[in-house]
Design a protein around this ligand. Sequence first.
Ligand code: DX5
Ligand code: ZN
Length: 214
Amino acid sequence: MQVAPSILSADFAHMEREVEWLNRSEADWLHFDVMDGSFVPNISFGFPVMASLKKAINKPFDVHLMVVRPEQWVDRLAQLGARMMTVHQEVSPNLHRTIQQIHEAGMLAGVAINPATPISVLEEVIKDIDLVLIMTVNPGFGGQKFISSMLDKVRRMKEMIVSRGGHALIECDGGVNLETGRQLKEAGVDILVTGNTAFKAPDPVEMVRQLKNL
Ligand code: DX5
Ligand code: ZN
């Protein structure tokens, strides 16, 4: 199992400490939640924070854009060294072109879908993308309750990827803990995003290790 701690749950008054454990951990990615206050009812952080953390954190950046018109940020993210750029299908009317732009900029392309968005919206691009991010909470905040009806959606997503010969990994994001993480693994998830479960754990490095070994 791959694990992507979400920096949204960090204590920004003590970033030195957060960066230290992240670098020491077995985390596979740093999940970077960008929120614009328009697509989601919250505002998080952007490029200055990303640029600083990119210098300090030795993990590839998995950037989750919860913003309108995400395609406008392809070049900025590529310059900042993002490894994965994930856009929401709900705000990407030209999704096929956006995926091409992300690949042309040298990044892996991810597409995120909210809990109410059916997997069928990905049918025509499933072979082009590297990651499907299935939201297991309604986006905008860390610390929310896992939506268990998403487990069946993960299973159906896995079937679609396999049946259409895709290579996309499935990432789930929101309300992940050891219990829901176990259920998600059984459903076919490849990457678990973890915010509160890791950052609020007494020993975050150990928590990441346990999530990885589910
Ligand atoms: C929610 C974000 C998630 C969130 C995860 O909009 O996309 O990444 O930060 O936090 P937890 O794991 O606490 O639900
Ligand atoms: Zn996220």
